[in-house]
Ligand binder design. Structure first.
Ligand code: NAD
Length: 433
């Protein structure tokens, strides 16, 4: 066993069964794992990962280990860790620093501890690890991440990093900001931007698991409810379609005129948040933006309205405004808090405003994460092979990898697709016809 810090290592047997259950539905990654176990292309590679510690992430970490890498893993959210999975990984030689319910101090200490293996490759979900390393390297003395990270890590650590990967939209936005300012210090592959990632994970994965999280937390009947979805990006549209499928009346709030128009023609009621505020029974944010639901909206909400977020950070629902407006607060269950406002209305906040699908449910179904994590594994292999040929920029995976992942998945599903004939290929390449 490597070094680790988890809630209770005796949960490992339960974790093993959960990870095996996940792997059985992750056909593409399993095939990769079998091949890489023989070839060991990651010998000598040290991976520091900051990701949700779920059963699917475990399959990815074990794949990298079997490929020869040394792996350290920290949680990418204080509430998303599945403690039995973390325990199992600890017994499998992964340096894992994660437990559900970490304080902010513990959260950043865990990330810095994972990075203290002096990684050659970083893997991130949301950018907290990458940003910590960059703050330390650039001497940006701001925030708890810098304060904690700089005590445990030297500015030299970043020099040993050959490349990194990023899993989610919010992380990619942060990386692009670093790149724009000329401060990104190593190449990073935006795995999120692969079609076999965002079209499936963000849409079908988050769509289903967000509804799952809300139902596990509240057990409300969705049929007949008015569900307000903020953001009609890949995550938001997944949620909107799934909520409609459950019989809810869905209202979409968007800032992008094209996406708002798409939502309108796809049959959703589209309006702004101030109007939607008075209509909704359930509010779900999925924008990657800050203060999407704030005081003026809460002031108009119905008694009993439920507030949930599926965007990466707990900034989309203004917790400060909710606290300011409330005169009382009580816990209904582990993931539901009731806020009573001055006029007696009650608002219910799920999962402390953190991603409801990972805190109140188990995150995305394994079958979807198979696609995302096959892309992650292939991104790490690409970096291990040729990071030195890349510049300190944000890259996408080549289209050929998308095609390969999709083909393998179709094969596993037993789905045949049509093949272009030579004549058709020629026709599609010609201008004279
Ligand atoms: N919960 C999960 O498991 C999970 C999975 C994938 C992505 N995410 C996160 O979900 C968030 C959204 O990701 P995405 O891939 O859908 O991004 P996206 O860029 O495709 O969509 C975000 C949408 O929100 C809209 N928006 C921005 N500000 C808004 C506002 N104030 N009101 C209404 N709409 C607004 C944007 O115009 C955009 O259409 C990100 O934070 C991402 O990291 C979470």
């Amino acid at each position: 066993m490597g070094e680790y810090k988890v809630r209770d290592v005796s949960l490992a047997d339960k974790g093993k069964i959960a990870v095996e259950w996940a792997q059985a539905q992750m056909h593409v990654l399993s095939r990769l794992r079998a091949r890489l176990s023989k070839e060991k292309p990651l010998r000598g590679v040290r991976v520091a990962a900051c990701m949700h510690v779920t059963k699917e992430t475990a399959v990815l970490m074990l794949t990298l280990r079997d490929a020869g890498a040394e792996v350290a893993l920290a949680a990418s959210n204080p509430l998303s860790t599945q403690d039995h999975v973390a325990a199992y990984l600890a017994t499998e030689g992964i340096h894992v620093y994660a437990w559900r319910g970490m304080s902010p101090q513990e959260y950043f200490t865990a990330i810095a501890t994972a990075a203290s293996i002096s990684p050659t490759i970083t893997m991130d979900d949301g950018g907290d690890l990458t940003v910590m390393l960059h703050k330390i390297a650039h001497g940006v003395q701001e925030g708890l991440d810098y304060e904690i990270g700089s005590k445990l890590l030297s500015p030299e650590v970043v020099k040993g990093v050959r490349g990194g990967t990023e899993e989610t939209t919010t992380g990619v936005i942060r990386l692009k900001a670093l790149e724009r300012e000329g401060r990104l210090l190593y190449p990073v592959i935006a795995v999120n931007d692969s079609r076999t990632k965002y079209l499936f994970d963000n849409r079908f994965g988050t769509g289903q698991s967000t509804i799952d999280g809300i139902m596990r937390a509240t057990n409300i009947l969705l049929a007949g409810k008015t569900v307000v979805v903020a953001g009609y990006g890949w995550v938001g549209r997944g949620i909107a379609w799934r909520a409609r499928g459950m019989g809810a009346r869905v209202v979409v709030v968007e800032t992008d005129p094209v996406k708002a128009l798409e939502a309108y023609y796809e049959g959703f009621y589209v309006t702004d948040m101030i109007s939607a505020a008075a209509m909704g029974d359930v509010f779900i944010t999925a924008t990657g933006n800050v203060n999407v639901i704030r005081r003026e909206h809460m002031e108009r909400m119905k008694d009993g309205a439920i507030l949930a977020n599926s965007g990466h950070f707990n900034v989309e629902i203004s917790l400060k405004d909710l606290e300011d407006l409330a005169i009382g607060k009580r816990r209904i269950n582990e993931v539901v808090e009731e806020y009573t406002l001055r006029d007696g209305r009650r608002l219910y906040l799920l999962a402390e405003g953190r991603l409801v699908n990972l805190v109140a449910a188990e995150g995305h179904p394994s079958e979807v994460m198979d696609l995302s994590f096959a892309n992650q594994a292939l991104a790490v292999l690409l970096l291990a092979r040729k990071a030195e040929k890349l510049r300190a920029k944000v890259y996408r995976l080549p289209r050929s990898i998308d095609d390969k992942v999709a083909r393998l998945k179709l094969e596993a599903l037993g789905v045949r697709i049509e093949k272009l004939t030579e004549e058709q290929k020629k026709y599609l390449m010609s201008w004279s016809i």
